[in-house]
Ligand binder design. Structure first.
Ligand code: GLY
Length: 381
């Protein structure tokens, strides 16, 4: 069920309180109902975010990265035993994104192919599914800038995003599966560059970095979706936490475990003893909107994974406990749309505040990572 293949063995599998498991089970039922309704009302449609709670609208997408999250939720419902129909639906929605294995225009092939084709391969062991993942990783690797040693963002050749940490793993998987050392090196070098230029000393992260294309020299930190160039966009921090944890899980490189823990410690410093659901940016003074729930959903999933892998028992317990507090909060009616009128599951997510896209709405990746987190909770011992 996990994003990463877990080549590093889990050190522990911590349990959740009965009330958290019950809340997660109830939220999962709501989620399955909402996804079923979306697939019935709008077959083969891939929304990014709701508009006043409705999935179907004509608003801008900005970029093309969320098509794996619907099939991914369906695979999780199938894995959780919520009915045979989910396998059929999951296969169908995975096939709809099969061609994306060749898409070299975005940095998001991990988002598209890991919840769908990688999951399908892991559940069946089927080599044809594995080949799609390998091709996806190979395609992603063509975005590597050899001078700057980074995978370029969809936006421009001189741009690196923290988000790419959620996608670099598919290159590592392709390298590990084929024995292609060049692919493994590209994945490792991208992580090294991200660590060096986007992860700050206090564990906060920059959204974007800009390079000189002629020399490969790093020029500056900047942002697209955060508050300021020098601030810490909450979802970017969650992408970093989860992405470095996945890369440690895949490669066993202790540097990525240390980086994941550095970002996780920043997350905990800013969310422990307070509302565990952050605003869009940790540094924004008096944020207009209180929450960016998709960041919390992704961070909770990453913290559970990190708690299972951390070498120190006390640190692991802190990560796990904060994940549990976050899950409990996200399952409250403030966040879960138990009512039918709101078509998404998780309310109060934000896509792009500066562009006013999907602000204080349900967002498709928030839905996916919320369901993934809930699945981890109900499957824990
Ligand atoms: N660009 C991916 C995100 O909004 O997190």
């Amino acid at each position: 069920m996990y994003w990463a293949s877990r080549r590093v063995s889990e050190r522990r599998n911590l349990s959740f309180k009965a009330e958290t498991r019950a809340a997660a089970g109830a939220a999962l039922e709501v989620a399955a109902g909402k996804v079923e309704r979306l697939a019935t009302d709008h077959p083969d449609y891939f929304p990014l975010y709701t508009d006043q709670g409705r999935w179907k609208h004509g608003k801008e997408a900005w970029t093309n990265w969320c098509e794996g999250f619907l099939g991914g939720q369906m695979w999780l419902f199938h894995e959780l035993g919520l009915g045979e129909d989910w396998r059929v639906r999951a296969e169908h929605y995975s096939k709809l994104v099969e061609e994306r294995q060749y898409d070299d225009q975005v940095h998001d092939l991990g988002f598209v192919l890991c919840p769908t084709w990688k999951k399908w391969w892991e559940l069946t062991g089927d080599d044809t599914r594995r080949q799609v993942v390998i091709q996806g990783g190979t395609t992603m690797a063509t975005r590597f800038n050899t001078k700057g040693k980074y995978l370029r963002s969809f936006l421009a050749p001189d741009s690196i995003f923290i988000d790419i940490m959620m996608n670099v793993g598919i290159i590592a998987v392709a390298g590990l599966e084929t024995g292609d050392q060049n692919l493994i090196d590209i994945a490792e070098q991208h992580c090294e560059t991200t660590r060096k230029y986007l992860v700050r000393g206090d564990g906060s992260t920059s959204h974007e970095g800009i390079f000189d294309l002629d020399s490969g020299e790093f020029l500056r930190q900047t942002t697209q979706q955060g508050w300021r160039d020098d601030s810490s966009w909450a979802r970017g921090l969650a992408w970093s936490l989860y992405g470095f944890t996945s890369m440690y899980s895949l490669t066993g490189n202790p540097h990525w475990l240390a980086t994941a823990q550095l970002t996780a410690d920043y997350w905990l410093e800013h969310t422990s003893g307070a509302d565990p659901v952050p605003p869009n940016d940790f540094d924004e003074p008096d944020p207009v909107r209180r929450w960016e729930s998709s960041a919390a959903a992704c961070a909770a999933s990453g913290l559970i994974m990190l708690a299972s892998l951390a070498t120190d028992d006390d640190q692991a317990r802190r990560y796990h406990d904060q994940a549990e507090v976050t899950v409990a909060r996200l399952c409250e009616p403030e966040f879960v749309a138990y009512e039918d009128a709101w078509e998404g599951v998780l309310k109060h997510g934000s896509y792009h505040e500066a562009k006013q896209l999907g602000v204080d709405e349900s967002v498709m990746w928030g839905e996916y990572f919320f369901v993934e987190t809930l699945a981890r909770v109900v499957q824990a011992p």
